[in-house]
Design a protein around this ligand. Sequence first.
Ligand code: TYD
Length: 207
Amino acid sequence: MTHSPHFIVLEGIDGSGTTTQAARLLEHLQSRGRKTHGTREPSTGPVGRLLREILLGGHAPTGASVHGDTMALLFAADRRDHLQREIDPRLAAGFDVVSDRYHWSSLAYQAQETDVSWVAGLGRNLRQPDLTILVDLPIAEAARRRALAGRPEERYDADSTLAKVAAHYRALAAADPKARVVDGSPSVDDVTQAILKVVDEVFLSND
Ligand code: TYD
């Protein structure tokens, strides 16, 4: 078995379950004897930390929210930092890297508040994932799951926003041969099975 490391990204609207599914995918890869590294965006680096504060409503002493252009720049800066200091070194060391969100999150979310072609330009020359899995489920179900998990309402959580984000995600997936869509509405276990099937089909036959 050769060991070319894989860069796998999970994407989906808030409440789609990418965090849970990323953890399960990592376990699966480990059980196949692969070295793995799990990560997410916003990252745990300095820009990522700032982004999480803003997403929860921080840094608005005058009541003015941070502009969409600024958010796009911060997400892009966080991604460069994440790639250079975490993703690239791990891949170079032979680890499979699974990231909960990456550039598509910027295309899908920031498109709602700034010019999407500018956002695409900010992502020029980024490392491309070997596989992107879009976990797709109805907006109402995602909202139900967020409420069930007691997650605080974040900047992009309005149903009207997430409906547009979801549509954008579907268009991205339809145009990318290295992307697969998995239905996120069944049980967590069933979604995991669907994701593992995709990953095994795409990679393990070649490993
Ligand atoms: P999320 O995965 O929901 O993090 P947490 O589980 O810690 O709340 O991501 C945070 C939010 O940031 C989510 O609403 C999507 C948004 N986001 C963007 O708008 N653009 C991006 O580039 C990224 C990475 C995330």
